[in-house]
Design a protein around this ligand. Structure first.
Ligand SMILES: O=C[C@H](O)COP(=O)(O)O
Length: 253
């Protein structure tokens, strides 16, 4: 089953109104493969979501970087899935390692968030990934399998999920996983989905890579059979994000 290449740009906690407008202008003017070839989703901070949604070209989409774990209410400082739906925001990133590490988001909590966001009609970019310590101790697969299981246990339908494998040691470090390292984990994750969910879900779910992806390393990573796209941090704020989007064409060659 063909999986459409997916490129997400996670702007994290960056940007002023002027900077955001500048990035959107670059994206709007970029010549990139058509929507049939690549799905592009950018994720600005909450406060810029309406602005970006209004200014961004219609073939690119927006994602929030988080949402609350259940229906909104007396949860000061949180943004609910219902609010995102109300604003017409189709996607949300959940379980990013920065939130897992800095805000102590557990596997269970992330699983609950994913299930709730899906139940409200949002599409989810669900992030998983091991730390350097975990990789060096040989527990990479056990860690990402446990993170995936916590999600799988709570959902019934994988149609609206993209799984983002983001090794923590590669995020914002300039130390990208080698294409072989990324492929190995993506292959094992797909096998995990086949063994624990279904062959159909394994074949159709997009597994994207994140961690120091840039204009120079994207093509080689994109060429790996189980790499279905990228979640890009730092480089998504720069012109080279356009080259990363273009790396989708590698799949067609
Ligand atoms: O969500 C994106 C990842 O955290 C990757 O960030 P990075 O491309 O700056 O390493």
């Amino acid at each position: 089953m063909a999986r459409k290449f997916f490129v997400g740009g996670n702007w994290k906690c960056n940007g002023t109104t002027e900077e955001v407008k500048k990035i959107v202008t670059i994206l709007n003017e970029a010549e990139v493969p058509s929507e049939d070839v690549v799905e592009v989703v950018v994720s600005p901070p909450f406060v810029f979501l309406p602005l970006v949604k209004n200014l961004l070209r219609s073939d690119f989409h927006v994602a929030a970087q988080n949402c609350w774990v259940r229906k909104g209410g007396a949860f000061t400082g949180e943004v609910s899935a219902e609010m995102l739906v109300n604003l017409g925001i189709p996607w949300v990133i959940l379980g990013h390692s920065e939130r897992r590490a800095l805000l102590n988001e557990s596997n269970d909590f992330v699983g609950d968030k994913v299930a709730y966001a899906l139940s409200q009609g949002l599409k989810v970019i669900a992030c998983i990934g091991e730390t350097l310590e975990q990789r060096e101790s040989g527990s990479t697969m056990a860690v990402v399998a446990a993170q995936t299981k916590a999600i799988a246990d709570k959902i019934f339908n994988w149609d609206n999920i993209v799984l983002a494998y983001e090794p923590v040691w590669a995020i914002g470090t300039g130390k990208v996983a080698t294409p072989a390292q990324a492929q190995e984990v993506h292959f094992e994750l797909r096998k995990w989905l086949k063994d624990n969910v279904s062959a159909e879900v394994a074949a159709s779910t997009r597994i994207i890579y994140g961690g120091s992806v840039n204009g120079a390393n994207c093509k080689e990573l994109a060429a790996q059979p189980d790499v279905d796209g990228f979640l890009v941090g730092g480089a998504s704020l720069k012109l080279e994000f356009v080259d990363i989007i273009k790396s989708a064409t590698v799949k067609k060659n």
